[in-house]
Design a protein around this ligand. Structure first.
Ligand code: DX5
Ligand code: ZN
Length: 220
């Protein structure tokens, strides 16, 4: 399976988002962290900014909604042109209805799990989603340390997906860098979000390539 790299613009320069989207254009997606200061203790950007990013981005947008009431707000991100919209399992009232709505609007539908949220309740519903996002840090901030305890959940999710025969992606987000990406790939992840590792690098395209190469050698 090809490894996909989705740099998080949370670590970009918010006064130069267009420039920074171009800086990562060799990646597969741009990961956009939407935080509402309710679901997580941090506030980033909302729909008006996302709309403009979708209009000018040279690469597809991967929206990660760390917000309360995604049932109400998430479809608008698909309508704005997100290629993928991921909402949190802990926040959604009706995850299957919401995933179906996102797909109907033409986006890939993702469900995100905090580190302490089990994947098991979703294993019978794999056909309803395109991606499971296993958070490898507590959501809210960039630059945190990868939680190795999440690897077992990635393994169980990958096993269930391969048993099902479905093509569901597993994304990891948080603390992903050259030193952690291989074990996430080994466990079964195939989409890798990296914020500080990419935007903190001296040579951004080289960092994206290095991460992709390390992950590709370990995806199965
Ligand atoms: C954290 C966000 C991440 C964050 C990752 O809640 O969802 O996307 O930007 O940042 P790093 O790669 O620095 O851990
Ligand atoms: Zn994220």
């Amino acid at each position: 399976m090809a490894a996909l790299i989705s740099p998080s613009i949370l670590s970009a320069d918010f006064a130069n988002l267009e420039r920074d989207l171009h800086a990562i254009k060799s990646a597969d997606y741009a990961h956009v962290d939407v935080m509402d200061n309710h679901f997580v203790p941090n506030l980033t950007l909302g729909l008006p900014v996302f709309d403009r990013l979708a209009a000018i981005s040279p690469l597809p947008l991967d929206a990660h909604l760390m917000i309360d009431d995604p049932d109400r707000w998430a479809p608008a991100f698909a309508e704005a042109g997100a290629a993928s919209v991921t909402f949190h399992a802990e926040a959604a009232q009706a995850p299957v209805r919401l995933a179906r709505e996102l797909r109907r609007l033409g986006a890939r539908a993702g469900v995100a799990l905090r580190p302490a949220t089990p994947v098991e309740p979703f294993l019978d519903l794999l056909a309803e989603v395109d991606m499971i996002l296993v958070m490898t840090v507590e959501p809210g901030f960039g630059g945190q340390t990868f939680i190795d305890g999440t690897l077992a959940k990635i393994r169980r999710a990958r096993q269930a997906i391969s048993d099902s025969g479905l093509d569901v992606w597993i994304q990891v987000d948080g603390g992903v860098s050259r030193s952690t990406i291989e074990r996430a790939a080994d466990a079964g992840a195939n989409v890798f979000v990296a914020g500080s590792a990419v935007f903190g690098a001296e040579d951004i395209p080289a960092e994206i390539e290095a991460l992709r190469d390390l992950a590709s050698a370990h995806t199965h």
